[in-house]
Design a binder for this molecule. Sequence first.
Ligand code: PGA
Length: 266
Amino acid sequence: MANDKKLIIANWKMNLNMHEASLYLHKLSKLIKTHRNVEVVLAPTTLTLQSLSLQMNLKQFKLAAQNFYWRDFGPYTGEISASQLRGIIQYALVGHSERRHIFNENNKDIRNKVAAAIRNNIRPILCIGETAWEHASGETKDVLHDQLMGGLANITSEELEQVVIAYEPVWAISAGKDSTPINVIPADVEMAVNAVRSQIKHLFGEKAAENIQVLYGGSVTPDSVADYLALPGVNGLLVGGASLNANTFNGIIEKAHKNSTVAKKD
Ligand code: PGA
């Protein structure tokens, strides 16, 4: 695999105000050790992106937007564009299940956002995953296929090199910091990640399928990091609830570092 760096992303969702976000950053930057085999990305609310970008050291962290609108400018009251975020962030989540299900984002919106991120030099993290009902009906592979086709329809193989895929089964996404984690069997994650790579192979060829970074997300805690990162083809984690506490998130980063060091020695 061309890129063996683990990508560990904190998705704070609609949590932490400006002051709390600054305190968190201060605390995490003291705790964190910079590891060459781990890239840490914070996805705070849009409100705090600019101030965090001024406070943080890009060698320690990168920044991601949780959302943006796909047009570059114009009469879109209440929206913010990827071109306005350019230079502030390095990544952006696209098509998170909460955007798909609560805010009715469809494949067309999502593919426009993937393209907008790429044209503004921002790496899109395309989130895909099946609901509980689809999972129970054995439709996981079909859903992943449709979401990948829908999200990546407008891009070239060269542009695909900027894209990260995050597989997040919707039913495994926790309700927040203190909710009980829902453990997804690693074999099921492996099956889904293999399905993602075989679809990428079909659309963009073998090399693209080998090189694309695929993450897992859904109730990740420090205890489950090693199980998921040990799976072949899982290049990182998208962490929600467990990223809201700087100590816990640092624990996840340290486990990711140890896990990829061990994997290299094997
Ligand atoms: P969770 O959220 O870790 O709280 O399950 C993950 C996500 O929604 O990205």
